[in-house]
Design a protein around this ligand. Structure first.
Ligand code: SF4
Ligand code: MG
Length: 317
């Protein structure tokens, strides 16, 4: 295949607060042009931090981020600016991330004001165009965020992210704060926009149910590391890592004929250990039902286990 490597990313330990918090610890992966890579993990697994490092909202301690063939992780802030146009983020909380003193028009046009030299009329034209694309009414331009529902506010955030034609959009739990009935609508909209505008998505979520429909590939993170990465179908049908198997077991499976379909049931119990002081060896060993002696001693590396399927677990080496 001639899959274009689009955004190869090699992350390292970073973020120093009290002691060393290993928010993202030696993570390596690529995002291919036009795909959606789902990133799944519990809160505290480092997935949002990873998104911020890629956007250079945070600096990595170690490692590199490449975008379209150029390393951007060591660039001076001024030199990052042109890349900022190509990468946008949609945040989880459409209430907190929108300035309530700005009208919808001001919010949506702001990126154009900062990043381009378009005239007022041109900005308005583009804003109206993108509002229609995301399912907002152009006549609502002069309203304020509080006049909208959660789902509509997330549409405003999406319009804001897309108005400057980014290539990569990092979606940090964009539907988690929304009612379940609205989630599917926003996900479908995002899927349509992706096809329409040739977008690449990095889609961050805390469970596997949300990323199921939108992702082409999925990476599962645990304590700052990727423990498994595979195509969506491979991951749902042939999960190898005990943690992934546990995440899948917590999604209800209802068979069409009403019978109770049994997966190998792995229950994840206990809390996520502190990333300040992660377990020796395999980071998952304190909660893993299949942990054995070697798991405390040696850290499993991500290794190929089939076509484009990688897993970090001693059961497979
Ligand atoms: Fe479990 Fe050991 Fe595999 Fe870690 S390496 S997931 S502890 S079996
Ligand atoms: Mg988060």
């Amino acid at each position: 295949h001639h899959i274009k490597k689009y955004f190869p990313i090699k992350g390292g330990i970073f973020k120093r607060t009290v002691g060393h918090l290993k928010a993202v610890d030696d993570v390596s992966f690529s995002v291919y042009k036009g795909e959606t890579l789902g990133i799944v993990g519990e809160s505290g697994s480092g997935k949002s931090t990873l998104g911020r490092v890629i956007l250079r909202l945070l600096d990595p301690t170690d490692g590199e981020v490449y975008f379209d063939g150029s390393e951007i992780s060591r660039l001076k802030p001024r030199k990052v600016r042109p890349y900022r146009r190509d990468m946008q983020m949609v945040f989880q909380d459409p209430f907190g991330s929108l300035n309530s003193k700005m009208s919808v028009a001001e919010l949506i046009e702001e990126p154009l004001l900062v990043q381009t030299s378009l005239s007022k009329a041109e900005r308005k034209e583009k804003a109206v165009e993108i509002m229609e694309k995301v399912g907002l009414r152009a006549e609502d331009r002069l309203k304020y965020p509080h006049e909208f529902s959660g789902g509509q506010r997330q549409r405003i955030s999406i319009a804001r992210a897309l108005i400057i034609n980014p290539k990569l959009v990092i979606c940090d739990e964009p539907v988690s704060a929304l009612d379940v009935s609205i989630q599917a609508q926003v996900l479908n909209l995002m899927k349509d926009l992706q096809d329409d505008l040739s977008l690449t998505y990095l889609f961050i979520a805390h469970d596997l149910s949300v990323v199921k429909h939108i992702s082409d590939r999925i990476a599962v993170m645990y304590l700052g590391r990727i423990v498994e990465i595979a195509s969506k179908d491979e991951l749902y049908n042939n999960a190898l890592h005990p943690y992934t198997q546990g995440l899948l077991a917590s999604i209800p499976v209802i068979d069409m004929d009403g019978s109770n379909q049994e997966r190998e049931r792995i229950r994840i119990t206990g809390d996520l250990p502190s990333p300040v002081n992660p377990p020796s060896g395999c980071p998952f060993r304190t909660r893993c039902p299949k942990a054995h002696e070697r798991c405390a001693i040696e850290r499993p590396e991500l290794k190929a286990e089939g076509d484009e399927h990688y897993v970090a677990c001693h059961l497979y080496t």
